[in-house]
Design a protein around this ligand. Sequence first.
Ligand code: XCC
Ligand code: SF4
Length: 666
Amino acid sequence: MDKPITSASTSAEEVIAWGKAHQIDTCFDRADKLKPCPVGETGACCRVCHMGPCRLIGKNAEEDARGVCGATLATVAARNFVRMIAAGTSAHSDHARDMANTLLATAKGEAKDFKITDVKKLYSVAGHLEIEFEGREVNEVAKDVATKFLEDFGRQNGTINYIRRAPEKTRERWEKTGIVPRGIDREVVEAMHRTSIGVDHEADNLLSHGLRMSLANGWGGSMISTDITDILFGTPKPVQAEASFGIFKEDEVNLIVHGHEPTLSEMIVDVASSKEMEDYAKTKGAKGVNIGGMCCTANEILMRHGIPTAGGFTNQELGIMTGLIDVMSVDVQCIMPAITELSTKFHTKIVTTSPKAKIDNAIHVEYDEHHAKDTAKEIVKMAIDNFPNRTKKGSVITKKSPLIAGFSHEYIEYMLGGKWRASFRPLNDAIMAGRIRGVVGVVGCDNPRVTATGIHKFLIRELIKNDVLVVTTGCSSAACATEGYLTPEMALENAGPGLKEVCETTGMPPILHLGACVDNTRILTIASAMAAEGGLSDEIGGMPAVGIAPEWMSEKAISIGCYFAASGVPVIMGGESPVGASKEIKKIMTETWLERYRGALHFEPDPEKILSMTMDYIDNAREGLKLRKYEPGKFGAERVLMDMADRRQIKGAAHAGVGGINESEA
Ligand code: XCC
Ligand code: SF4
């Protein structure tokens, strides 16, 4: 087999090797054994009706092949793609709906374990929603905010609220092409209708609706989720933490929360640190309860509490194979069903908590926001009770890396401009001067089909070396975290001289961890603020900015890629194209969308090509904006490298800046 390397992380490799020696299969082995279906992989298989499934293959499939109904390859591939957007949009938005319901229940006093933590954020959200907040009860404002958000889901006419947060020019493009989203649920239902047998057959028309639906995610569901999570649990600001398997503790109960939702995990974090639970853990011979995270649930509590992360998607099975996890509590999304079977080889208990996400052979402890703390207690107790059952078997673990995470829109603004004149001006200026060449979001999943986490790390290293500021979310940020990339030390050594200079003056690391996958919307609002600040593009399109999801696998990543493209950002997705069978579709996504929205969606498996395409987009955008031509090494070259003591100070400053926002918390 031509795939000897499975992960680009040394600690992951260690566990995988241990697994191999003990005949334990993981997603890496299964990916090797199970090659992707070549017809489905390129979008050429239609199974939307039972005259099929129709496989539109052959040398001249694009011209000649037809389904039983007469559907062309472009129709079939577009339909498949739109259904991916529908699923991805649904995942983020259904999560957002739960957040809105939790906010409403909290405001009404029905969810007693939750409270409004960040009143300042609540007010700023109320401002966006044109809800009066001055002189009103906090909970009354929160009730109105939650209600208004909930209306966005079922709205039949008009547009979703947050569309108004986009730059005017960006919005005009959507209006002109008829893709302003109405209701979140409505766009998904309409997508399922249009893609059912015998309805919409024109690829461009189908894909336009796909974009409208993705905007309902980006400027709707996901953005709502980010804002409500900030309101309930606090807007993130830099925190220090640790990552990788070394966060598991031999002498403490290890309870790992995995999935995407922050609500129950917040309660678990709270309960686990209580005296009651600590004392209880001691009765079972453990020194305490250690909480860790996986995937995006990890990102949520990492950014707000400095809870360590065991890593991203491909680390979930490996974590169990250390034999040190007493309970893995999962909520929704990106949970491999393989973990329950795997857990039987160890003492680990898998607990499912959402009525939407059960797994065979898991223990189900159902969460609802009205009894959040009780549920959390039950799970923490279960983990403690399971601690004495730990056996010695399991892979050795050798590593953990320090990190700084938690850069919200609000914090970046504060970090750049200070408390009284928070602004994106310095960032725009640095880009205009060419100190920073451009900004790239490296986001999304890690994937066992490639050298997992390797493409993320390759691209990020190259980008910062070329003076490109990197923002990261989701499992890409976990890939960075577990490898020690999210520290000023590690990154400053690798950043280009211009970027390094900016980082040194502002105390900002060159790789900013912005949060979970729903928090990609922070990138949208940051780009909008940069457009409003002036000096660069006056819309999101045309900025020297690119989005990359180099190892994507989830439908959510497709939805995210689309809302960035529609918002004006050129996006490059790694791997084979899920619409690769149709040249017509490739043309629509790259040429037509670029013309209409100044964004595009590419699929490119070759990491080197991803990098060069990214640089081309950035340099072309700079030229289009008539900015100074980027000259490598122009800035900072004469400066002496900072010594370690200086760097520590920067780290300290980033940490101390913490009190700067959220004054309203108190
Ligand atoms: Fe899932 Fe968000 Fe992908 Fe990671 S990055 S594998 S979607 S957890 Ni969103
Ligand atoms: Fe085949 Fe057309 Fe049915 Fe698709 S909709 S399965 S192409 S007959």
